[in-house]
Design a protein around this ligand. Structure first.
Ligand code: NOJ
Length: 723
């Protein structure tokens, strides 16, 4: 599509103040369906007049192109200047064809796969009339209690940065006017994932060093990749809510990083300044947010009730309003909305693309590549010759496996495990028994007898456990990370009668699986795999696909270890005794080890990989030179597989305490049966930098270690020196 040369400055010159302010307001689509009704209920609470409703600039949340078109047509008729609305939505892991949740996508360690999934989402969403997605969500996380860890790629800044940038590139393409591309909004700036005790919306107190080292890089990487918008987070950061936080927005985001795109508040975040006790009233809140650079107010009473008045009173200059409005109009121009307010969307396209065979194939591949084989004593893969299979547990035949933030995806369009196994093995005898509920407050063992009987009579048992999909995502924090309800009791009884069994898990966060790990012969974690979940699980369980995912967030042994993360700083009293032995006066727990049950980077395969060598072309480097590292990995098994080769670094002595290990590079490689591959990495001086006590980003001469393997299990290590 040719770039639009629509004259937005001329348009601006024709706009009244109210029309300008309208562009800075975003309301839920349910508010704008009909504007002639009495202003009561939520509309009244927001202080939005009918006249303002007809002028708003953007809206969120709809279900189909037909709905978008009706809203756009209705709006353009009412808006005096016919300015099209921007349609925004959370396209987090698919629009209608749902691929695995981001926490699982991270586990693929494959940015190309992330791009393939994202391209599919961009095409479907754009066909459905969406112009902007509230993606990528790249909040850095360390605490599995927080429900929104499902939306992130986990506890490593590099993985988060790479995957976030991949999403921006894939959504936006080269040109967002192309009807197959949409604009992006990076969120939640900043450190929303640092919520104290993992409780959503909770306070965040973090040092500037930690923010810069771990929390900021992924947001920055997404902006470097060209993201159009930024959404500040709900939380207060070191005492000030992000939307009003001058240091965060003005000094860092706009000042240091030079971001001059649109800043949009999170849902009612401006209104919540009152609850935070930062603003006296909606007018105060609006002034605070606008002065701090927030261009669009999503769903609060702030801008719609007060911004015009603030200009009239001389508290906000109309010039500043113009600047914000121009940014919104510019995005509309870039999207080509003045020429085509539907951005190429249509019901025909939407129907043709959503859940089409090609998209289902991508969702299947993604669900396979994102699954992590947490444990296997050799039970998996099951033989496809098995004739009598029991599929047990609350997720045995559940299609509620798309996960939170699944946009327009529907449970009924997801394939359950039972359906997947039937698809793969149509001639096998399959017995399904739920056994119990997955809800935390349902303590009902009535289904146990049937489940145990089915397990006893089967040649193989697939035990499908997990947490309901609404136990993670926004507002869904947990204080207990075990399998909810009676699921562990069910597992004990079922696994006692049949050892040819594997547990298959559905979860939006790392769970505490310590007991399950002891009693289950194999555990395959599907997270929330999306539309093709059951087919992927079946193919993995029966060896049609080979697991290759690695967890990007540590699974604790006990919830008391939270926050637990692999890249923790060295302490002055590190524990030296074996993992299960407490060491008094060392940094250690009584009755629980320090390490994660499954640390970052852990994940098994049906292939048998060995790390043969780690070679450095030199063991000295300077700021101007590099070290080339070659890792050799062999597949000793009889099946081809994929291995994520991970390179870690440790700074042995520096002026600030450094992490015991940090991932500096990774590459996922295919290795044929019996084959050996070499993987090359380059260590540059920049990779060795850190923030010193003055928050300067520097490297210091000295000794370093570089290792291959995975967190807590570094297999090969070499030393080198930075001169
Ligand atoms: C609130 C969430 O925090 C944010 O991530 C999302 O984009 C908005 N709601 C809009 O749905």
């Amino acid at each position: 599509m040719a770039k639009s040369n629509f004259d937005i400055n001329k348009l601006l010159s024709q706009m009244t103040l109210e029309e300008k302010v309208g562009q800075l307001i975003q309301l839920n689509s349910m508010f704008i369906g009909e504007t002639t009704a009495d202003i009561t209920g939520p509309k009244e609470q927001l202080g939005v007049s009918d006249s303002m409703l007809a002028k708003i600039g953007s809206t969120l949340n709809f279900h189909s192109f037909a709905e978008v078109k009706a809203l756009q047509d209705g709006h353009m008729e009412k808006d005096r200047l016919g300015i099209p609305l921007l349609f925004m939505m959370d396209v987090i892991h698919g629009y209608r064809t749902i691929f695995p949740i981001p926490l699982a996508l991270g586990a693929s360690f494959d940015p190309e796969l992330v791009k393939d999934c994202t391209r599919m989402a961009a095409k479907e969403a754009s066909a459905g009339g969406i112009h902007v997605t509230f993606t990528p969500m790249v909040d850095y996380v360390r605490d599995a209690r927080w429900g929104r860890v499902m939306e992130t790629c986990g506890e490593d800044p590099l993985v988060n940065s790479v995957m976030g940038a991949a999403q921006v590139e894939a959504f936006q393409g080269d040109d967002i006017s192309d009807p197959e591309n949409i604009a992006t909004c990076v969120k939640h700036f900043a450190a929303y994932g640092g919520a104290e005790a993992g409780r959503d919306y909770n306070t965040v107190e973090l040092s500037e060093r930690l923010l810069r080292e771990c929390y900021f890089p992924a947001y920055k990487a997404c902006l470097d990749a060209g993201a159009n918008m930024v959404m500040p987070s709900f939380n207060s950061l070191n005492g000030v809510p992000s939307i009003a936080n001058k240091w965060l927005i003005q000094d860092v985001l706009k000042g240091e990083w030079g971001f001059d795109g649109i800043i949009i508040s999170d849902y009612n975040a401006i209104g919540e300044l009152l609850k935070h006790g930062i603003a006296q009233n909606a007018k105060d809140a609006a002034l605070m947010a606008f002065e701090n650079g927030c261009d669009i107010d999503m769903m609060s009473a702030g801008y719609c009730s007060s911004l015009c008045q603030l200009v009239e009173e001389g508290k906000v200059s109309e010039k500043k309003i113009d600047e914000a409005v121009l940014k919104v109009l510019e995005l509309k121009r870039e999207l080509g909305l003045f020429e085509d307010p539907y951005h190429g969307g249509s019901t025909e396209k939407e129907e043709a693309l959503c859940l089409c065979p090609e998209h289902r194939a991508i969702a299947l591949r993604a669900a396979e590549e994102c699954a992590v084989l947490l444990k296997n004593n050799g039970t998996l893969p099951f033989s496809k010759d098995i004739k009598n299979i029991a599929i047990i547990g609350p997720f045995a035949d559940s299609n509620a496996i798309k996960g939170f933030w699944a946009c327009n995806g529907l449970d009924k369009e997801c394939v359950s495990v039972a359906e997947g196994v039937k698809n793969l093995l149509p001639d096998a005898k399959i017995t399904v028994a739920a056994g119990c509920s997955a809800e935390w407050n349902v303590c009902d063992k009535d289904g146990f007898a049937e489940a145990v009987e089915a397990a006893r009579n089967a040649d193989a048992v697939i035990l499908c456990l997990g947490e309901p999909q609404n136990y993670s995502g926004e507002g869904n924090s947990r204080a207990d990370l075990g399998l909810p309800g009676e699921q562990m009791a069910l597992a004990r009884e079922v696994l006692a009668v049949n050892k040819n069994a594997a547990a298959v898990l559905f979860n939006g966060r790392p769970l505490v699986l310590t007991e399950l790990d002891e009693i289950a012969p194999a555990i395959l974690d599907m997270f929330f795999p999306g539309s093709e979940g059951g087919n992927a699980a079946a193919r993995l369980l029966f060896g049609e696909a080979n697991p290759s995912g690695k967890v990007t967030m540590s699974f604790p042994k006990s919830v008391g270890q939270c926050p637990i993360y692999y890249n923790h700083p060295s302490t002055g009293r590190p524990k030296a005794r074996p993992e299960n032995v407490h060491q008094p006066y060392a940094s250690s727990y009584i009755g629980c080890g320090n390490k994660a049950l499954y640390p970052f980077g852990h994940g098994l395969s049906y292939s048998d990989f060995s790390y043969e060598s780690l070679e450095l072309d030199t063991d000295r480097m300077s700021a101007d030179s590099e070290i080339n590292v070659r890792v050799t990995v062999k597949n000793n098994g009889d099946r081809a597989g994929k291995e994520v080769v991970q390179l870690y670094m440790r700074d042995l002595c520096a002026s600030a305490v450094r992490p015991v290990q940090s991932l500096i590079a990774f590459k996922k490689v295919d290795i044929g049966a019996g084959e050996t591959v070499t993987v090359d990495f380059t260590i540059t001086e920049e990779m060795l930098r850190f923030y010193n006590f003055r928050c300067e980003f520097i490297s210091e001469p000295g000794d370093f270690e570089v290792s291959a393997g995975y967190a807590d299990n570094l297999i090969l290590t070499k030393k080198f020196t930075l001169e």
